[in-house]
Ligand binder design. Structure first.
Ligand SMILES: [Zn+2]
Length: 317
C-alpha cells in the first residue's frame, strides 16, 4: 500500500493523465491549485490568507450565531466556535466545510429527543444547555491546531491527523447522543457490567453503530480534502480508524480515569457535584481533574495520533 501511496504523491506532479484514471486527474487538479497557493503562503501572510480569514470570520460568525440562537452553543461556546471557525477557514475553505458539517451534524443528533435523553441521564449528567467554550475546545481544538501546524509546515500527514481528531469527536458525540436515545441499557466497555444511561465508559450496540457511521462520514470527507487521488483510500482508512480508535479510547478513559462521584443519599454514581436530590456528592473514583472535557480532548489526540501513524510512511514529508 505504501508504494501505491508514494506513487500517488508523485502522481500529484503535472503529467499526462493515465487512461481511465479519472480519480487521479481530479486529484491533480486539486494539488495543482494548492501548489499555486504555495509560494505566496511561504512568502508570509498573503492577501489570499487575509481575505479568507475575513470571509471566514463572517461565515463562522453566521454559523456560530445560528448555533447560539438554536441553543446548541452557550455564550462562551459562541465565541470559541467563532474563533475556531475563523482560524480553520483561514487554513482553507474545505477545512471550514468539514468543521461546519461536524458542528451541524453534532448539534442535530444532540437535539434529537433532547427532552427524553435529559430525563434518562439527569441523575448522572450535569445540566448542559448549549456547548461551552471548554466543550468546543475539547472537541475541535486538536483539529484546528493540527491544521495551523499543517499550514505552517506543509506536512501532508497533518491534515489526515486533523481529520482523525474530528472523526473521533464526531464518533463519540454520535455514540453518546444516539446511544442514549435508542441504545437501551449501556454496559461498561471493559467489564460488561450494566450501567445507568449517560454513565461515562458505558457503551450500547446502537451507539457503537452510530460511532462507526460518524467516523465513516468524516472518512469519506477525507476523499475531498486530501489532494492526491490515489492516496484517498489510505487517508480515508486512516481517518476512519482514528475516529473509531478515538471513540473507543473515550469510553475506556471514561470507564477508568474519568472522575466519578457518589451520592450517599441515593447510593448511586454520578458526575454531578450536587445531585438531583440536592445532596452534595463526593469524589469517589478516577482522577479528580479528569472531567468529560479532558477525556474528549484526549480522545481526539488519540484519534489524530492513530490517523497520523497510519499515513506516516505513506505520506512522508
Ligand atoms: Zn442523590
Amino acid at each position: 500500500m505504501h508504494a501505491v501511496l508514494a506513487a500517488a504523491r508523485r502522481g500529484a506532479e503535472p503529467q499526462a493523465p493515465t487512461a481511465g484514471d479519472r480519480g487521479r486527474r481530479a486529484g491533480t487538479g486539486v494539488a495543482a491549485r494548492r501548489r499555486d497557493g504555495g509560494p505566496a503562503r511561504s512568502a508570509g501572510i498573503s492577501d489570499e490568507l487575509i481575505v479568507r480569514a475575513l470571509l471566514g470570520a463572517l461565515a463562522s460568525g453566521t454559523v456560530a450565531g445560528a448555533g447560539r440562537r438554536a441553543g446548541s452553543l452557550s455564550e462562551s461556546g459562541l465565541w470559541a466556535a467563532f474563533a475556531m471557525g475563523t482560524v480553520v477557514i483561514a487554513c482553507g475553505w474545505v477545512w471550514g466545510a468539514v468543521l461546519v458539517a461536524y458542528f451541524v451534524a453534532s448539534s442535530l443528533v444532540t437535539r434529537l429527543g433532547a427532552v427524553r435523553k435529559a430525563a434518562r441521564t439527569e441523575s448522572v449528567l450535569p445540566d448542559s444547555s448549549g456547548r461551552s467554550a471548554r466543550q468546543v475546545a475539547a472537541n475541535g481544538g486538536v483539529y484546528a491546531s493540527l491544521l495551523v501546524l499543517s499550514a505552517l509546515t506543509g506536512d501532508p500527514r497533518l491534515p489526515v491527523a486533523a481529520l482523525g481528531a474530528i472523526a473521533a469527536a464526531a464518533a463519540d458525540t454520535w455514540a453518546t447522543e444516539i446511544g442514549t436515545l435508542w441504545g437501551g441499557t449501556p454496559r461498561m466497555i471493559l467489564t460488561g457490567r450494566v450501567m445507568a444511561p449517560g454513565s461515562s465508559g458505558g457503551v450500547t450496540l446502537v451507539g457503537t453503530a452510530a460511532s462507526v457511521g460518524a467516523a465513516a462520514l468524516i472518512a469519506v470527507g477525507a476523499i475531498w480534502v486530501v489532494p492526491s487521488a490515489a492516496a484517498h483510500a489510505g487517508a480515508a482508512v486512516a481517518v476512519f480508524v482514528g475516529g473509531i480508535g478515538g471513540s473507543i479510547a473515550d469510553s475506556v478513559l471514561g470507564a477508568t480515569l474519568q472522575s466519578k462521584r457518589w451520592c450517599e443519599q441515593c447510593r448511586t454514581w454520578t458526575e454531578r457535584r450536587v445531585h438531583t436530590c440536592q445532596y452534595r456528592t463526593q469524589h469517589a473514583s478516577g482522577l479528580r481533574w479528569m472531567n468529560n472535557d479532558m477525556v474528549n480532548l484526549l480522545a481526539t489526540v488519540i484519534g489524530a495520533a492513530l490517523a497520523f501513524a497510519m499515513v506516516a510512511d505513506a505520506l512522508p514529508r
